[in-house]
Ligand binder design. Structure first.
Ligand SMILES: Nc1ncnc2c1ncn2[C@@H]1O[C@H](COP(=O)(O)OP(=O)(O)O)[C@@H](O)[C@H]1O
Ligand SMILES: O=P(O)(O)OC[C@H]1O[C@H](OP(=O)(O)OP(=O)(O)O)[C@H](O)[C@@H]1O
Length: 182
C-alpha cells in the first residue's frame, strides 16, 4: 500500500493547529500525529513533543535524524525521519509545520496536502492569552507573523476557518479528506 498522505496543518499562532490535530486524531485513530522535536521546555505543555537542548538538536541534524527542520519563535523544530513508519498503516499523518517550509515538505513527502487554518484576527490574540504558554512579548511577536502567506505551487491546500466550534472545524476537515483512505 502507498504511504499515507502527510497533511501539514498551518496557520497563525493561536489559530488552533494543535487543538484541531488532537481533535482529528481523537475522531479517527488512523489519523496519526507526528511528535515533533523542539528546543522548548518539556514542561511547556500543549502538543506532545520531545523537548531537547540546542546542542542535542544540532547533534540530531548532523546525524540526519530530521526529514525537515526550521527555526521560529526563537525555537528550533525538527520532524523525525521516523514519520515514514507512521505513514505505513495510517489514513493520514498530521504535522504542524511552519508555512515557510511547505515547498520543501511537498518535495520530501510526495503525497502531501496542506490544511491552512484561519480565524478572525481578534480571536488569535484572545486564544493565545487564554492558552497562557507565552508571555506578552512572545504573544506580540507571534501575532506579527499572522499574515504570513503560503508559497505558490502547492498541489493541495484546504483552507478551513476555525473561528467557530472545534467540532465544526473537525467535521469540515473530515468531509474533505480523501474518502478512499477512510
Ligand atoms: N475552535 C476553537 N474554539 C475555541 N478555542 C479554540 C479553538 N481552537 C483552539 N482553541 C484554543 O485556542 C488556543 C490556541 O490553540 P492552539 O491549538 O494552541 O493553536 P496553535 O497550535 O495554532 O497555536 C488554545 O487555548 C485552544 O484551546
Ligand atoms: O512560520 P509560521 O507558519 O508562522 O510558523 C511559526 C511556528 O509556529 C508553529 O509552531 P508552534 O505550534 O510551536 O507555535 P504556535 O503555537 O505559536 O503556532 C509552526 O510549527 C512554526 O514552528
Amino acid at each position: 500500500m502507498n504511504p499515507a498522505p502527510v497533511i501539514a496543518v498551518v496557520g497563525p499562532s493561536g489559530v488552533g493547529k494543535d487543538s484541531v490535530m488532537a481533535a482529528l486524531a481523537a475522531r479517527d485513530p488512523r489519523i496519526r500525529l507526528v511528535r515533533r522535536v523542539i528546543t522548548r521546555r518539556s514542561e511547556a505543555g500543549g502538543e506532545p513533543f520531545e523537548g531537547v537542548s540546542e546542542e542535542e538538536f544540532a547533534r540530531r541534524i548532523a546525524a540526519g535524524s530530521f526529514v525537515l527542520h526550521w527555526s521560529a519563535h526563537g525555537l528550533r523544530y525538527g520532524i523525525p525521519a521516523a514519520i515514514t513508519d507512521l505513514r505505513r498503516d495510517a489514513r493520514a499523518v498530521l504535522v504542524n509545520l511552519s508555512r515557510s517550509v511547505l515547498a520543501e515538505a511537498e518535495h520530501a513527502f510526495g503525497n502531501f496536502a496542506v490544511i491552512s487554518l484561519t480565524a478572525r484576527p481578534e480571536l488569535l490574540a484572545a486564544r493565545l492569552a487564554a492558552r497562557g504558554r507565552e508571555d506578552e512579548a512572545q504573544r506580540t511577536q507571534r501575532l506579527s507573523r499572522a499574515a504570513l502567506s503560503l508559497p505558490d505551487g502547492l498541489s493541495r491546500v484546504i483552507e478551513i476557518d476555525n473561528s467557530g466550534s472545534l467540532d465544526d472545524t473537525v467535521d469540515a476537515i473530515l468531509s474533505q479528506l480523501q474518502p478512499e483512505r477512510a
